[in-house]
Structure formats: C-alpha cells, structure tokens
Design a protein around this ligand. Structure first.
Ligand SMILES: Cc1cc2nc3c(=O)[nH]c(=O)nc-3n(C[C@H](O)[C@H](O)[C@H](O)COP(=O)(O)OP(=O)(O)OC[C@H]3O[C@@H](n4cnc5c(N)ncnc54)[C@H](O)[C@@H]3O)c2cc1C
Length: 493
C-alpha cells in the first residue's frame, strides 16, 4: 500500500510548476490541502485586500484541481491541530510544501510543523519556490544558482494520479477574518498565464520608458506581483517565457525589434531582483524588526511623531504628489516602484519616521505584499541598509517629472483640481486670489506642507553622513556587502 501524501498549499495557489504537488503524486495517493489559519489573519500586516485575493485564489485553485479530478480540502484552525486530526483520520502520511520566506509568524509556524512532523513520524518535504536558497551565508555564487534554478524544467504532474479526499470544515465558505482596510477591485476573470502573455506579446514594449510615472505605469508594467505573491504564477515560468521571448525578438531583423530588447532586458533584471531581495530576508529575517545596519540603531527610533505619520497615512501631508500616490494606493492596492520608493523616502527623510510603522502600513495596502521584497526595500529606501547610496526623493521634482500636467494629482486629490498650470505641484505658492479662484484655500481645504523638504533632507543627510563615517558604520558596511550585496551594480528605476 503506497504511503498517503498531503500537499499543503500556502502562498503557492497553483497546480502548474508545483514541485510539492508533482512529487507527492509520484509517491502515492494525494490530498490537496489549504488551511485557513485564523492566527495568520490577526497579524499586523494582514488586511481585507489580502483576504480578498486569497479567497479568489482558492476559488481558482479549486477549479484547477477539479480539472485534474481532485478536490481541495479546506480546513480552518491552527496548522498543528489540523495535521494532528489528519494524522488521526488518515494514519501515517508524508507532507509536501514549498519553502516559504515569510514573516516571523509564518517562519515560527513552519518550524513548529517541522518539529511536529519529527515527533509524529511524518516525513516533511519542503521544496524551493523561488530562486532563494535556504541556509545561504554569503552572496558569492548566488547569481549562478539563481540561473540554475530558473533553467530547470517546469515541474509536470505525472499522468497517473491518485487523489485522497477529506472533508473540508463546513463553514469555510462563510468564514471571514476581522480585518481593517477597504476592499479593492479585483479582476475575477484574470487568468495568470494570459496576463503574462499579454505583457510579453503586447503591453510590454514601452515598459522601460513608462514604468516610472503613475500615469503610464499601470498599463506599461506587467502587474504580475500579486500573482507571484499569492503563488498563482510560478516565477520559473515567468523567467523561462521571458527568456524565450527575448530569443525570439533577437531572431527578428533589427528594424522589426522596436524597443522590445531594452524593455525585456529591464524586465528580466526585475525578475532577478525579486529573488535577490527575498534572499536578503531569507538570510536575515531579523530585518523585519531591526535595522540591517545596526549602526543606524537609535537614529530615528526615539523620534516617532504620530501626527506626521497619520498625515502620511491619510495622504494629507500638503505635498500633492505624495498625497495623490498614497490615496491612489489606498484605493487600488498597487502603485509603481518609483512611487513606492518616494513614499518611503518621504516618511523616512522628510518626516524622520522610523521605517517599521510605515512598513506595516504599506504592507497592509500592497495587494502584492511579499515580506522578503518589502522589508528589504523599505530598509533600502530609508537608508538603514548601510550599503546603498542614500536616495532622498524630492517630491516636487518627482511631481513635475512624473506628472507634469498634474493629471494624476487632480484625479486623486480633487480638492486641488481647480488650480491652474504648474501651481498644482506647489499649491502653497499660489496667491490668496488664485487659491480663492481655485476653490481651495491652503490651510483650510488642503493642508500646508507638513515640512520644508530642502531643510529636512539636508538635516537627514547630515545625520546619515555621521553614522556612515563612524567606525561602526564602516564595519557594518563590510559585513553587509559580504552577506547581502549584489555582485553586480544595483538598482535604479
Ligand atoms: C518600499 C517598497 C516596497 C515594496 N514592496 C513590495 C512587495 O511587498 N511586494 C512586491 O512584489 N514588490 C514590492 N516592491 C517592488 C516593486 O515596487 C513591485 O514589485 C512592483 O511595483 C510590482 O509591480 P509589477 O508586478 O507590475 O512589476 P514589474 O515592474 O512588471 O516587475 C515584474 C516583477 O519583478 C519584481 N520586481 C519588480 N521591481 C522590483 C524591485 N524593485 N524589487 C524586487 N522585485 C521587483 C516583482 O516580482 C514584479 O512583479 C516594493 C518596492 C518598494 C520601493
């Protein structure tokens, strides 16, 4: 009698290129399992939009499995409790899952499950999901290993498949976590593979040219991040299809290639960065809580100004472009890279807020919240990685560069819509008469700028210069480059 197998789906809601599913099915009759863990939904970063996406992903997974002749078993409870019950009802089984580079809660949960498996005679097989390597101490050789992982064949399911069933918890369909935040619009008909094809065959040609402005980025970027974060699409599939498209374009005569070669090269780098950033978090999960460069400890921790933070969260800082970006993000659950970086830069340098509370707020708003990218990026954009050049975004320059006509601002900060021409970028410079004519008096209908950008950034720069020049700053730098640094030049968008 072959041993029973359980595939535990977590943030990998797909049947294609699923190593756990493929290997379970080759070993014996398999139960496809998802556990709704109430404790996960009580974490500070959880939000309504994340639940919406998981719920939608589960519906899609149920459909995919049905086409393969299987049922998804959905249980509610703590993972140990669910596995104990299954051990009781099914007898001995092998457990299969993807490795997850999650936050501290999910990391501890996985360690507890591993201990439970050892104690109960259950073999637990965890397989790599992304190009991220567990137990890696240093970065040398990482790029080669990434390429090897991405070049490996897609995991195909065996022809012969035997499935197990177990009753789902009766009320799973109506279960709702109690979560903050507004719902977002999601495309219920979205098919991950189609989104990828559409980007690689149609929308992507101007990717590198239009990714930076919030006016053009929504159509020019791939918008694959949510599919990757919920695991509905495999990163290896995306990378292999991108390589194949690059080869195909290369075979065309130069005049037929258009701007595709540059667009796809830029896109390919981002796919690499995805795993590069998650690897930092995998190698040092403490960066969810601590500065990566410990020489930065104490720089901002004791100065947290709640009022400034609240104004930033609400999109009421008095800087129109910053506020428009925050309100847009709140409404849609997505914004492009440059604007994410600007929001963190503004919180970190202009408002001098320690990155942890802004990181949590953004994690709740990002539909594509991926802890590994998120904490690594937030720390990089707030200067606490110790190795990256300080990038202090000037919110007025960004506004003029990325939204020269103020179209985006007028849409998302409608109280400013009546201001004419370039005044939209700096409404506090409009005369009293101009403000009255626009129906927007600064200080009454829209706030005064919360800080003086030039002064705040000068002060922030000098604080960081002192830390970086210190002995502790220099020692940090060496250690961090060895552990996390890219072996190639990184990153500008
Ligand atoms: C402060 C901050 C926080 C971020 N938090 C997240 C997060 O929680 N989840 C997340 O997926 N991305 C995060 N990013 C990275 C990036 O902004 C998003 O991946 C991207 O905007 C998603 O849109 P897209 O899928 O259209 O990306 P595209 O530009 O089409 O890129 C394709 C894929 O490459 C990866 N990628 C792109 N840019 C980056 C980058 N700079 N670093 C790492 N990977 C990248 C993503 O997986 C993305 O889906 C963050 C960036 C910043 C500055």
């Amino acid at each position: 009698m072959p041993t029973k197998q359980i595939v535990w789906f977590k943030r990998d809601l797909r049947t294609q290129d699923s190593a756990p599913l493929a290997s379970a099915l080759t070993q014996g009759p398999t139960l496809a399992l998802y556990i709704i863990e109430p404790e996960l939904w009580q974490q500070v970063t959880a939000s309504q939009r994340h639940w919406q996406l998981v719920r939608h992903g589960l519906d899609q997974l149920i459909r995919e499995l049905a086409l393969l002749g299987a049922e998804l078993c959905i249980k509610i409870g703590a993972a140990e409790q669910v596995f104990s019950e299954l051990r009781h009802s099914l007898g001995i089984f092998h457990l299969h899952a993807h490795e997850e580079t999650g936050d501290a809660w999910s990391y501890d949960r996985d360690k507890r499950i591993s201990t439970w498996c050892n104690a109960h005679g259950v073999a637990f097989h965890e397989q790599r999901n992304f190009g991220v390597f567990r137990g890696l101490r240093e970065r040398d050789g990482w790029a080669r290993r990434w390429r090897q992982h991405m070049s490996a064949p897609i995991d195909e399911l065996p022809e012969q498949r035997q499935w197990l069933t177990s009753k789902s918890t009766a009320q799973w369909q109506s279960w709702q976590p109690c979560l903050s935040g507004n719902a977002i619009e999601i495309d219920a008909n979205l098919i991950p593979q189609q989104r990828l094809n559409q980007f690689l065959e149609q929308n992507g040609e101007r990717y590198h040219l239009e990714m930076s402005s919030p006016n053009t980025a929504p159509a020019a970027c791939s918008r694959l991040s949510t599919l990757l974060a919920t695991g509905r699409l495999s990163m290896r599939q995306v990378v292999q299809q991108t390589w194949a498209t690059q080869a195909q374009i290369k075979s065309h005569a130069p005049e037929r290639r258009g701007t595709w070669p540059k667009a796809l090269a830029a896109f390919q780098s981002r796919l690499h960065w995805h795993c590069h950033f998650i690897q930092k978090f995998e190698s040092e999960p403490e960066i969810e809580f601590h500065n990566m460069a410990r020489s930065c400890d104490g720089l901002r921790e004791h100065d947290f100004d709640q009022q400034r933070f609240d104004a930033w969260c609400k999109g009421e800082t008095g800087f129109p472009f910053v506020d428009a970006c925050m309100r847009y993000l709140n409404h849609t659950g997505w914004i492009n890279f440059r604007m994410r970086a600007m929001l963190v830069s503004f919180a970190s340098y202009d408002l001098w807020l320690h990155w942890r509370q802004p990181a949590i707020h953004l994690a709740r708003l990002f539909a594509d919240y991926e802890p590994g990218i998120h904490y690594s990026q937030v720390q990089m954009q707030s200067g606490t990685t110790g190795i990256n050049t300080l990038r202090i975004y000037n919110p007025i320059k960004q506004s003029m560069d990325q939204d020269p006509d103020g179209v985006f601002i007028r849409k998302w900060v409608p109280e400013l819509a009546g201001l004419l021409g370039p005044m939209i970028h700096t409404p506090w410079q409009a005369t009293e008469l101009e403000q009255l004519a626009a129906g927007c008096v600064i200080g009454r209908h829209y706030p005064e700028p919360i800080v003086d950008h030039a002064e705040a950034s000068r002060w922030a720069r000098s604080r960081f210069a002192t830390v970086r020049a210190s002995t502790a700053g220099k020692t940090d730098r060496q250690k961090i480059v060895t552990k996390h640094g890219s072996r190639k030049g990184m990153q500008k968008q």
